[in-house]
Design a protein around this ligand. Structure first.
Ligand code: GLN
Length: 551
């Protein structure tokens, strides 16, 4: 096969959660800083067709791309760290691979043959990897899971074969591993790394580069030892030391010589990297001039990965204002117990997206608190739906107002299920409460018209935006007039005026809620306008207090 495109395959060993996604995204950032173009591919060995139906507690956030694919949260890292744009080609699972092979078998595509993992499943995996995007220089392919898992074997076999198909100069194996520090022995241990590499070699993969997650820098002796036992060059043993901001990872890898080694092994001629913007951003994060405290009121607060993009978008909003954003997670179920809301010293309240009825009343209580105490409020997706419920109940006097997701028989269904609609591909969609749950939401980027003079319009500084959606329920237009008469303003709407996308509140310093998920489009180098303005509004009272004190 002759192909000029290069492929980097990233695997993980020893334990999960070492940050393969971040490592891959950082590799992408380094290659981009050398003038190359990159595209991500995340291969997930689980059997679900996509992560759309998975509980965030198990799998963290579901990241949504412009084209409406529900993907692994690692795609979010790639979009934040590089210019790559995720799509349905960038993430696939065992479920999708088997689905394709079995459908082909039913159509008679393998007539007369026995369908097997090798070569049929592995061929399908290879085809999908090669199909990611042939216009760009380097595809970074990350295999989910940990080496040794039964599920990931076909994926590892596929990339083993691809190395032969593509040639050594066009493909590279990078293995992320752990070098733990054992306190009692006062020593760093290389044995888990040796075992993990041995496991890879048993299935025919010899890693070219090892990224070693550690608490401390690896000494030269330790690098010698790892190189010897794992059969890699010494300068291919990279210390991936823990850092306090993820935006430092590309800088750290560069200092360790990672991009130099990658370009050498792949025989790529590329200029020296320009990492100035990364240095600048790390400096802003480390030495902010201001500080702000934001409460996130949700039910997935115990697993930070559930709000990955949201946390990052808040950090970006902070960067834009030269401020550190301290996040206080508030469990919405606790707020239902009638205790005083724990919003002491809080400068802004945010209610994020979510599903299911646990903690709903607690979130409504938090919104009421923000509205009445005039604390800046930002509602995202479910957060907007509940803001509408709160306004309907407490300003419009519709006492049993609710979303039909949580109260099907409510007399005031201010949020409801639209059963027929046209999707972003102009397809007519039909659904009801009993429809399949997988991929049946309003998904992906949709246009939204902004009302002149509104907070939204001033923030974005444009008349039309495209934002990503992931929800089933919508604002019920039948209540628009009644709610607008109480101070609510619709400031973002779909061009056909069927869907309300943003609401604001009069007589409040900053109260904005949107049906879409702006957090998916925020980047460190271009913070999302709404996050930037929310943080600015949250900072205001603090700065005024400071000014009074200084007088
Ligand atoms: N559960 C709500 C819906 O499906 C909101 C979803 C969300 O917040 N992403 O419409």
């Amino acid at each position: 096969m002759t192909r000029r495109q290069k492929f980097i395959f990233v695997t993980g060993g020893v334990v999960s959660s070492l940050g393969k996604g971040l490592a891959s995204a950082s590799i992408g950032a380094l290659l981009e800083s050398r003038g190359l173009t990159v595209a991500p591919a995340k291969l997930d060995p689980y059997i679900n067709v996509d992560p759309g139906t998975m509980n965030p507690f198990q799998h963290g956030e579901v990241f949504v791309t412009d084209d409406g694919t529900e993907t692994d949260l690692d795609l979010g890292h790639y979009e934040r760290f590089t210019n790559a744009v995720g799509s349905k080609k960038s993430n696939f699972t065992t479920g999708q691979v088997y689905d394709a092979v079995i459908s082909r078998e039913r159509r008679g595509g393998y007539l007369g043959g026995t369908v097997q993992v090798i070569p049929h499943i592995t061929d399908e995996i290879k085809k999908r990897i090669l199909n990611v995007d042939d216009t760009i220089d380097v595809v970074i392919v990350e295999i989910g899971g940990t080496v040794g898992d039964i599920e990931s074997l076909p994926f590892l076999e596929a990339i083993r074969q691809l190395r032969n198909d593509l040639g050594k100069e066009n493909s590279l194996f990078i293995h992320l591993t752990l070098v733990p520090f054992i306190k009692t022995a006062d020593e760093m241990k290389t044995k888990p790394t040796q075992h993990s590499v041995r496991e890879l070699r048993e299935i025919g993969i010899q890693p070219d580069i090892l990224l070693c997650r550690t608490e401390r820098l690896l000494s030269s002796d330790l690098k010698d030892k790892i190189a010897l036992f794992c059969n890699v060059d010494k300068d291919a043993v990279i210390t991936a030391k823990d850092v306090d901001t993820i935006y430092e990872v590309p800088l750290l890898y560069h200092r360790e010589g990672l991009d130099e080694k990658i370009t050498k092994l792949l025989n790529i001629w590329a200029r020296k990297p320009d990492l100035f913007k990364w240095e600048e951003i790390v400096d802003t994060i480390r030495n902010p001039k201001k500080e702000v405290d934001i409460a996130i009121v949700g039910k997935y607060v115990k697993l930070k990965d559930s709000y990955k993009s949201l946390n990052e978008a808040l950090t970006h909003g902070g960067i834009a204002n030269n401020a550190r954003v301290n996040i206080r997670y508030v469990d919405s179920e606790d707020l239902e117990k009638g205790v005083e809301p724990p919003f002491d010293g809080i400068d802004g309240i945010l209610v994020p997206g979510g599903f299911g009825d646990r903690g709903i009343e607690g979130k409504i209580r938090a919104i009421q608190y923000a509205r009445e105490k005039k604390i800046p409020f930002f509602g995202l997706c479910l957060g907007m739906q509940l803001a509408v419920v709160e306004i309907a109940r407490h300003l419009a006097g519709l006492q049993d107002a609710h979303s039909t997701e949580f109260n099907e028989g409510t007399a005031s269904p201010v949020i409801y299920l639209i059963e027929e609609w046209i999707d972003r591909e102009n397809k007519h969609q039909k659904r009801d409460r009993f429809s399949d749950k997988g991929a049946t939401m309003r998904l992906g980027a949709y246009p939204c018209k902004l009302k002149t003079g509104s907070i939204a319009h001033k923030s974005y500084n444009t008349d039309m935006v495209h934002e990503r959606h992931r929800h089933r329920y919508e604002f019920n237009m039948a209540f628009r007039k009644q709610l607008e008469a109480c101070g609510m303003v619709v400031t973002g709407i779909s061009p056909d005026e069927q869907f309300v996308e943003i609401i604001e509140l009069k007589d409040h310093p900053w109260f904005l809620a949107c049906q879409f998920h702006p957090e998916f489009k925020s980047k460190p180098f271009s913070p999302h306008a709404l996050f930037r303005e929310f943080i600015k509004a949250a900072l205001k009272p603090k700065q005024e207090k400071q000014r009074c004190r200084n007088k």
